[in-house]
Design a protein around this ligand. Structure first.
Ligand SMILES: [Cu+2]
Length: 316
């Protein structure tokens, strides 16, 4: 009896302690709101405009981030000012394609709830007809479902960045060309050609930064409509690749990892700690790399301390 009492007491004490020291141990409900916006956006570093379809007016849409077990309470508004129906398809949701993911007509809204049961990094996108055009014109983003805790297999990184790649079709109305994979002229990274590459585009002003030796974690989404990605860090080696972003699916010491269309994975890179270096993170598929899919990661002691931290992981 005495032993049972002690056991119960220590159980309660443990629960209290673990509640205090393990952040986000309890599942939450996270409200997410998006608005479909048909608008011109700038798709390169010199200001070229493109008639995009977007979530909330930008490409890509907002980063949605929850913990494994959290519930997402989601609303999509499609204002009456839009010409087209739009929808959302969260790859992290296990629901009914004909219900939750159904198209929403202009002037209507859609609300649904799902629980993010499986840790990982997932694409979301518009699935309204014709889907190829809704994705190619910019309606995509990422939902990160963090595992409940960090671990030896999935250590806490020093910096985090989101990179989402897509194909750019300047002829925005020609969806049959998109289906045939014809007429794409460039690759976009987070919505812009050579977004973070001042080496190949003198108009580029942004790069990713870290300090030498830091563990940099990249959440990568292939939002191309037809092209797989050969994801490679030039002058580096992926220390770990988490397939689909799940800590259970870990690969070590990988040069290039293939990311199919509509897939996402998580990539850790650790640069030499004793001197400054640079990496060029590319889709090694030449038709993509040389037309926009190169991102510079600078590893230097004076790296901007704000980059790759907190909400600053998708650099706009
Ligand atoms: Cu759409």
């Amino acid at each position: 009896m005495r032993m049972i009492k002690t056991f119960i007491l220590s159980g309660a004490a443990l629960a209290m302690i673990s509640g205090a020291i393990v952040p986000h141990a309890q599942a939450k409900t996270v409200k997410v709101h998006m608005k479909a916006v048909e608008t011109d956006v700038v798709i390169d570093n010199k200001g070229t405009k493109y008639p995009a379809w977007t979530y909330d007016g930008g490409i890509p849409g907002q980063v949605v981030r929850v913990k494994q077990g959290d519930t997402v309470d989601f609303t999509l508004d499609n204002p009456a000012s839009n010409k087209n129906s739009h929808s959302i398809d969260f790859h992290a949701a296990e629901v009914d394609v004909l219900n939750e993911f159904a198209a929403v007509r202009p002037g209507h809204s859609k609300h649904f709830v799902f629980t993010a049961k499986r840790a990982g990094v997932y694409m979301y996108h518009c699935g309204a007809n014709p889907m190829v055009q809704h994705i190619a014109r910019g309606m995509y983003g990422v939902i990160i479902v963090d595992p409940k805790t960090y671990s030896k297999a999935y250590p806490k990184p020093d910096r985090e960045y989101v990179l989402i790649q897509s194909q750019y079709f300047p002829d925005a109305d020609n969806y049959s060309a998109m289906l045939e994979n014809k007429g794409w002229t460039n690759s976009l990274i987070n919505g812009k050609i050579f977004n973070y590459d001042p080496v190949h585009d003198p108009n580029a002003t942004k790069v990713l930064m870290a300090k030498p030796g830091e563990r940099v974690r990249i959440f990568f989404v292939n939002a191309n409509v037809n092209m797989p990605v050969a994801f490679h860090p030039i002058a580096g080696i992926w220390d770990r690749v988490y397939v689909n972003g799940n800590p259970k699916n870990v690969l070590y010491d990988v040069q290039t990892y293939g990311v199919p269309v509509a897939a996402a994975s998580t990539f850790d890179i650790v640069s030499p700690s004793d001197h400054a270096t640079n990496n060029a993170i590319v889709d090694h598929t030449m038709s993509a790399a040389l037309r926009g899919a190169i991102t510079v990661l600078m590893n230097r002691p004076d790296a901007d301390p704000k980059l790759g931290k907190g909400d600053n992981i998708l650099l706009r």
